[in-house]
Design a protein around this ligand. Structure first.
Ligand code: ARG
Length: 276
């Protein structure tokens, strides 16, 4: 039986959301965006978390940083210890300090990254392990830096398809995103990974849910799970059925506007894991 655990999330209202540059294959500056609609969809996502009994903290959006809504990229927090982001693209570089300041002001132990990484976009907590993506936005040197900082095992996974440029676009943590000692559970899209990394995943998670291409390409895996409820793109229909079969409760939340920037529910949600 799957069980929900209360979470604490950090989010950023998309008040300045738009697509004014292209840094991933989903972004197209010639396609219009609707900021009011993005805010509406984001509010619905936040309300779903609150209705489920989770806590949502907010970081103040900054004009000129349209991708700040993708809070998952802002940092990674394990056991109350914050590892900052160090972004690949200059357009997003200033976000790292904004997020780090929020954590410092809210009493967390913060560490400035020396190595290139995009926070929880690429560094996911699964029970006692961290899974870390590389290939596009995060270097393996950052995996090692994070492992030293937290004193925990960080498993490198190589992403090979530019549509799935962050680990959280290709893999969902279904159980264990809060950390802890119990082995976690995941869903993923195998083709987003190199053959070697597929073997690593098969070995670590023999009972993982394998998502179909049609669900992966609507960013259905960019989902947020509390161990029981899984918030995801309602267009990922097959994945929802797979999750239901395993005893999870999928909850579809439309994030079509935010998809124009290349992100879904998980991208908008940074999990805060308090000190042990
Ligand atoms: N436009 C953003 C970028 O390309 C989207 C980030 C999505 N975030 C995520 N956690 N996958 O950087």
């Amino acid at each position: 039986m799957t069980a929900a655990h209360a979470r604490r999330y950090l989010m950023c209202r998309p008040e300045y959301f738009t697509v004014s540059y292209e840094i991933n294959p989903w972004m197209d500056v010639s396609r219009p965006t609707d900021t009011a609609r993005a805010v509406e969809q984001w509010e619905r996502l936040r309300d779903v978390y609150l209705d489920l009994g989770h806590t949502v903290d907010l970081v103040e959006p900054v004009p000129g940083l349209p991708d700040m809504v993708y809070a998952a990229n802002g940092a990674t927090v394990v056991d109350g210890v914050v590892y900052s982001a160090l972004f690949t693209h200059p357009e997003r570089a200033p976000e790292a300090a904004v997020y780090l300041r929020w954590f410092a002001e809210n009493g967390f132990e913060v560490h400035d990254a020396l190595e290139r990484n995009e926070g929880e976009g690429d560094i996911l907590t699964v029970g006692p392990l961290s899974l870390a993506g590389t290939g596009f936005r995060t270097d393996t040197a950052a995996h090692a830096e994070a492992a030293r900082l937290w004193g925990r095992e960080v498993v490198t996974l190589e992403l090979v398809d530019p549509r799935f440029y962050h680990l959280d676009t290709a893999l969902t943590v279904l159980e264990g995103s809060e950390g802890g000692t119990t082995p976690g559970k995941v869903a993923y899209y195998p083709d987003a990974f190199s053959a070697e990394s597929r073997a690593v995943l098969a070995d670590l998670f023999p009972d993982a849910v394998h998502a179909a291409e049609s669900d992966a390409t609507v960013l259905g895996l960019n989902a947020v799970s509390d161990g029981h409820h899984v918030i995801l793109n309602p267009a990922a229909t097959r994945l929802q059925a797979q999750l239901s079969e395993r005893g999870y409760e999928p909850i579809g939340v439309d994030t079509t506007e935010l998809l124009l920037g290349g992100g879904g529910a998980k991208c908008c949600t940074l999990e805060i894991r308090a000190a042990g």
